[in-house]
Design a binder for this molecule. Structure first.
Ligand SMILES: Nc1ncnc2c1ncn2[C@@H]1O[C@H](COP(=O)(O)OP(=O)(O)OP(=O)(O)O)[C@@H](O)[C@H]1O
Ligand SMILES: [Mg+2]
Length: 291
């Protein structure tokens, strides 16, 4: 009996020996977790508080949805960043009719992005207001957000399928395939995606196809269009592209004219030549410009 026990015990001994580093690691990690717990608690508390505040704010502000309007209006808007002296915009009044296409130019640091962020409702004017018809957008944050599509300078693409990158953040069961194709078509990408062997299921990124800069940007446009926004905002969405690629992307944008309100910021004035009206952001003002 004893003779049989010895090999068995030695197996246990070997196993225990093998386990030792892992047990050590678990022990080490547990003490790290305990050490970091207070910070986690603090962040958790902060997030919870922020969430409650946000809901309160919404309930206070949301007084029914936005009703239809014909224009977006900046009325005497002044703005400075908190903790700074200089006013970036001063008494700015601009009227943007819906379904029109407006371009904004200006030197770096003039305040174009600030202007756009005020329009998106990400910043609140110090004085004056941004209105949708006669309704101050600050009071309708959520409803206003639903009307907006935003295309930034650099699109973040997930290492996932084209379908999921266009219908971004939407659970698979709720993705509407026709809407994905429709968005791709408007972004002038449908033919390209159809030519791919896996179509919408083609993966982008590390394990899939590599897209050109212009194609990436157009996926961004398709993503914004999937939400069927009433107002599409492009803040230097093409400035990272070379002129030819930019041309292709702008052609996609051109097709949206008249279907939604287009608000574009560009570095190169040539990008904006298709716009109905062009403004220059300069010396705290936003004034009509000719190109
Ligand atoms: N968060 C911030 N806090 C303080 N100042 C800021 C902040 N963001 C921007 N600014 C300042 O506001 C001014 C306008 O910046 P903004 O980003 O609107 O310029 P821009 O016209 O978009 O420039 P660019 O063409 O380089 O994108 C700049 O002088 C900038 O330094
Ligand atoms: Mg900017």
């Amino acid at each position: 009996q004893a003779q049989e026990l010895i090999p068995q015990l030695s197996v246990f001994a070997v196993a225990a020996f093998r386990l030792l580093p892992s047990v050590n690691q678990v022990n080490h990690l547990l003490s790290r977790i305990l050490f970091l717990m207070p910070s986690v608690d603090k962040i958790y508390e902060d997030l919870k508080e922020a969430g409650a505040e946000e809901i309160e704010k919404r309930q206070a502000k949301e007084t029914g949805g936005l009703s239809k309007a014909e224009t977006i209006r900046f009325r005497d808007v002044s703005f400075r960043y908190p903790g700074t002296e200089k006013e970036i915009l001063k008494n700015v009044s601009v009227e943007i009719p819906l379904k029109s296409s407006f371009g904004f130019i200006g030197s770096s640091g003039a305040g174009k992005t600030t202007f756009i962020d005020l329009l998106l409702g990400l910043l609140e004017p110090g004085s004056g207001g941004v209105f949708y018809g006669n309704q101050n957008i600050c009071r309708y944050a959520e409803d206003w957000g639903r009307k907006l599509g935003y295309i930034p300078q650099n699109i973040y693409l997930a290492d996932d399928t084209i379908r999921r990158n266009v219908a971004f953040g939407i659970p698979d069961s709720l993705i509407e395939e026709d809407k994905v194709w429709n968005a791709l078509k408007k972004a002038q990408l449908a033919d390209f995606v159809r030519s791919l062997q896996d179509g919408l299921d083609t993966r982008i990124g590390e394990v899939g196809i590599r897209l050109s800069g212009g194609q990436r940007q157009r996926i961004g446009i398709a993503r914004a269009l999937y939400q069927e926004p009433e107002i599409l905002v492009l803040d230097e969405a093409t400035s990272a592209l070379d002129t030819d690629t930019e041309q292709a992307v702008m052609e996609a944008v051109e097709h949206l004219k008249g279907k939604c309100t287009l608000i574009m910021v560009a570095h190169r004035t040539s990008t904006l030549k298709g716009c109905e009206k062009i403004y220059r952001v300069e010396n705290q003002k936003v004034i009509p410009a000719t190109v």
